[in-house]
Design a protein around this ligand. Sequence first.
Ligand code: NAP
Length: 285
Amino acid sequence: MTAKILDGKVVSKEWKKEIEKKVSELKENGVTPFLNVFLVGHNPASEIYVRNKKRSAEKLGMKCEVIHYENISPEKLKEEIKKKACDKNVHGIIVQLPLPEHIDPEEIASCIPFKKDVDGFSPYNLGKLVRGEPYFIPATPYGILKIFDHYGIDLRGKHVVIVGRSTIVGKPMALSLLLKGKDATVTVCHSKTKDLEKITKEAEILIVAAGKKRLITENYVCKGQVVIDVGIHREEDRWVGDVDFESVKEIVEYITPVPGGVGPMTVAGLLANTCKAAEMSLKNG
Ligand code: NAP
């Protein structure tokens, strides 16, 4: 039997309606959620992602400014971020990754105040997530949790296997699943994991964020599983994921497509976080 599709386009559309409603309420109270996106260099994929974020934010009635540098020193970038951080009309600040080699992303993330760090990558926000009291859940894990919610996929006590341990996807995903109320049992795999096929087959829910095209084939999955594919790769004239969709969908119960799965949920997660930042600024004056 072919797997049921977990449709990120449908779920994000619904989520964006809720966000749009919140934006209207905030505007009635004199606050327009405002996101600032820092972009350095010329990475074609990053430019597309940033354009999408801006278009989606503006569609929901939010403001979004993209601050693009051909090149910039880490010191100057930090200085520019700090200036925006002091602007009380700016609610969210993100730095599009990857950054050029000479700039350390962790150092840059550290200079965004936690209340404006809507990507949730600053050490403070990651620390809050480790403690089980997140201020912002990073956008991709947040979007994936929403998919589970929407389709009624209960996480309690479930064995979730995550392939990938990056700071932007794998680790915050694991921590989000361990939150009280989510209560999953989590295994995290990486490039040195032995016998990956055996471990992924033991999962009830498999989340793949390895950045390796079609890593997960039919040999890595089994019947009844939920498969979430975070990976995204350009191949000639189409996008493919870390999961070999065509063979895996014939075995598992649920699967996200690429494109139209996790991607649109990540954008919605970022906008939801920006809206929350604006709401908090209104509450706290
Ligand atoms: P990353 O920083 O490159 O991390 C990849 C992780 O996968 C690492 O932990 C690596 O292990 C592990 N890995 C690599 N090859 C492996 C293998 N053969 N077996 C097991 N583990 C392996 O990537 P990322 O930033 O997390 O992103 C992952 C993918 O998701 C990329 O394709 C990215 O473009 C995509 N992405 C999509 C969205 C979206 O919205 N759809 C958002 C973010 C990222 P080591 O730690 O041992 O090196």
